[in-house]
Design a protein around this ligand. Structure first.
Ligand code: HEC
Length: 203
């Protein structure tokens, strides 16, 4: 009887000890997990680095040449950076205007997801399925790596919004008003062999 009681007490204390140990393990585990997941900070740093990479690429890839007002006149207005241009480009595709790339919901690409931007710059396809016209050089950008294309998209989404509606495209043969760069008819050497948006023998 006595021994049974001692055994019972021992068993009870073992159970208690085990419970305490488990609790401790869980608590310290939790501590470790919190430490690991705490990277709210390093996730922020990662996206900061991604946006900085995007800014670098957008700068060296000359997006602002067409998309930032004033650049063609040697005086880009960075307070309206990448907010589009009202200079029309006229060619066999009609007239196109470099669009507002800031995340303005009404006039920019505020409703586009990061993947929509990646698709547009790499495949020329807008979210509505229409194809980007010249001189938007998306065929050259189709070689962007995933990481670089996403960095560009993240940077564009981080821009301050600018409320600026660029003129609508004008279909071929219709009259456009405003400032327009008119491409002269090409020489045979320069003549396009494919209609705009059609697959090319890209290199
Ligand atoms: C040579 C001029 C030029 C350069 C350089 C250029 N773009 Fe464009 N981009 C255009 C034109 C013009 C359009 C409008 C085409 C159309 O109407 O189909 C456009 C359209 C776009 C669109 C679609 C926006 C919309 O609302 O449909 C995106 C996104 C874009 N450009 C991103 C970029 C990025 C990013 C770069 C640099 C990596 C860049 N562009 C460089 C001329 C240019």
């Amino acid at each position: 009887m006595k021994w049974t009681r001692i055994a019972a007490v021992l068993l009870a204390s073992t159970v208690l000890l085990l419970a305490a140990a488990t609790l401790f393990a869980q608590t310290s585990g939790k501590g470790a997990a919190t430490k690991k997941a705490a990277p709210g900070k390093s996730a922020g740093a990662a996206s900061k680095a991604k946006i900085a990479r995007g800014e670098y690429l957008v700068t060296i890839m000359g997006c602002g040449d067409c998309h930032t007002p004033g650049t063609f006149y040697g005086d880009p207005d960075f307070s309206r950076k990448l907010s589009g241009s009202e200079i029309g480009w006229q060619g066999p595709w009609g007239v196109s205007y470099a669009r507002n790339l800031t995340p303005d919901l009404e006039t920019g690409i505020g409703y586009w997801k990061e993947q929509d931007i990646v698709n547009a710059i790499r495949t020329g396809q807008r979210p509505d399925g229409s194809v980007l016209l010249p001189p938007m050089p998306w065929p050259s950008f189709s070689r962007l790596t995933d990481a670089d294309a996403h960095a560009i998209a993240a940077y564009l989404m981080s821009l301050p919004t600018v409320d600026h509606k660029v003129p609508d495209r004008v279909p071929p043969g219709q009259q456009a008003s405003g400032s327009i760069i008119v491409f002269p008819p090409p020489s045979a050497w320069d003549a396009p062999r494919h209609p705009p948006g059609a697959p090319t023998d890209k290199k």
